[in-house]
Design a protein around this ligand. Structure first.
Ligand code: HEM
Ligand code: NAG
Ligand code: NAG
Length: 398
């Protein structure tokens, strides 16, 4: 849908806002197509303690997580607790309620992740990527690593894989230093951060959020994070060894819908991976295979993946299909966020602390955004990064 609009250049300024306002318009068509033509990928693999526990041994949450990662249960939830926490974080009432500390953390994270333009901020996008980079340092041949907080508890963060993550890393350490005394692990803080960031991004799914992961102060194994120059085959194999199949991989890279790169091409610092950075829409899929405006910088790895015969069909199906993608992303991310976790059956749920999802978004600064996308206003890059409304900037930077 959107890539068609981009082909006729003049239509950009006029029509983009309304296209953003209709998430999921192609969904019913896509669902039909999916049911008719596409056999589901190979059976999903179990992970962690779920591999050995019998169904009769599973807790309610253990059962739910098993069903989510096997693909039979939705990973999203609108269960929300709008009441104020029972007390300040160090009160007895708060300490008696497992999710109370997470409610305070959610308030703090939401304030840093929600931009004044209504887009999610650079810190939010960093939090999503940080969640990926902590959890993905695991494979079926490693005996440690995964969603264990090690990216920030060790010097993992200084590996070149993690270029661009220092600001969110520092912020996460500040939160950890404040909340660790209330029983919060770094591993949970990072994954809760990713889920809060995702739902703060307009159109992002509200992913069920579990806590109780254990930290590991040992740096994870190397060579497990994909590189932008990798072939599709290499990336597919790398994720397969993490139990993430091609379908889930295609859903996960859609996170680049929010992204603005800094290190892939340093001469184009701040250039986005689709025309709507900071918005959790599906424009990324169509624009990676299509002809987006000049400022959009496609990652070579995304282009290769979109063309690979194993990935192509699913890639095409996410184009214009917001709720299909949100559903699949939520399941795939739940799996990713539990790699290396061997006490899944003992986790607890604090989904209710997440802010509500936002199912519509209109770019109020569309006219200026379009000029930026066409290559004007280079100096605005970092301001777009911080998701400050462009119309506000143009008056102070004529
Ligand atoms: C499949 C292979 C992947 C490769 C090769 C890759 C590579 C990259 C690169 C090179 C950047 C730009 C970093 C910079 O220059 O600042 C980036 C950004 C990002 N990636 Fe990925 N990525 C992959 C998968 C994923 C997955 C699975 C997720 C999340 C589930 C993810 C989430 C993000 C996010 C949110 C950003 C934006 C960060 C920002 O705007 O500051 N990526 N990725
Ligand atoms: C984020 O900001 C937008 C626009 O300013 C607002 O509508 C939305 O409610 C905020 N979200 C949260 C969770 O506070
Ligand atoms: C790890 O995953 C890869 C890719 O799915 C598979 O070929 C390999 O047999 C697995 N190894 C183990 C030890 O499970």
């Amino acid at each position: 849908m959107k890539s068609l609009l981009f082909l006729s250049g003049y239509a950009l300024i006029t029509y983009l806002p309304s296209s953003i306002a209709y998430p999921g318009m192609k969904d019913s068509l896509s669902d039909l197509h999916r049911a008719a033509n596409v056999p589901r990928a190979d059976a999903k693999q179990l992970i962690g303690d779920l591999k050995t526990l019998k169904d009769t041994q599973l807790t309610t949450i253990g059962k739910d997580i098993k069903a989510i990662i096997l693909g039979t249960k939705d990973a999203r939830s609108n269960t929300i607790d709008t009441s104020v926490p029972p007390g300040t974080v160090d009160s007895a009432a708060c300490k008696a309620d497992l999710c109370c500390v997470w409610k305070w953390i959610s308030y703090e994270m939401t304030a840093r992740f929600n931009g004044t333009s209504g887009r999610c901020t650079k810190l939010a996008r960093g939090a999503v990527r940080l969640g990926f980079h902590d959890a993905a340092v695991w494979s079926n041949t490693t005996t440690y690593g995964g969603a264990d907080g090690s990216i920030l508890l060790t010097d993992e963060i200084s590996r070149s894989d993690n270029n661009g993550l220092s600001a969110i890393g520092d912020q996460m350490k500040t939160w950890y230093n404040k909340y660790h005394q209330y029983g919060v692990s770094m591993a949970d803080l990072i994954q809760m951060g990713a889920n809060i960031a995702t739902v703060v991004c307009p159109l992002g799914p509200r992913i069920r959020s579990f806590v109780g992961r254990k930290d590991n102060a040992k740096a994870g194994p190397t060579a497990l994070i994909p590189d932008v120059a990798d072939s599709a085959d290499k990336i597919i194999k790398l994720f397969a060894a993490k139990t993430i199949d091609v379908h889930d991989l295609v859903a996960l890279v859609g996170a680049h819908t929010t992204s603005q790169q800094h290190f892939v091409d340093t001469s184009r610092d701040g250039d986005p991976q689709d025309s709507t950075p900071g918005v959790w829409d599906v424009a990324f899929y169509g624009q990676t295979t299509g002809s987006p405006p000049p400022r959009v910088l496609k990652f070579a790895s995304d282009v290769k993946l979109s063309q690979d015969t194993r990935a192509k069909t699913e890639w095409q199906q996410f184009i214009g299909a917001q709720s299909h993608w949100n559903e699949d992303y939520a399941k795939a991310y739940t799996r990713l966020s539990l790699l290396g976790v061997n006490n899944i059956n003992d986790l607890k749920e604090c989904t209710q602390v997440l802010p509500p999802e936002r199912t519509a978004f209109v770019n109020e600064d569309q006219v200026v955004l379009d000029m930026w996308l066409q290559g004007q206003f280079n100096q605005l890059n970092n301001m777009v990064d911080d998701a400050i409304m462009l119309t506000g900037i143009i008056t102070t930077n004529p």
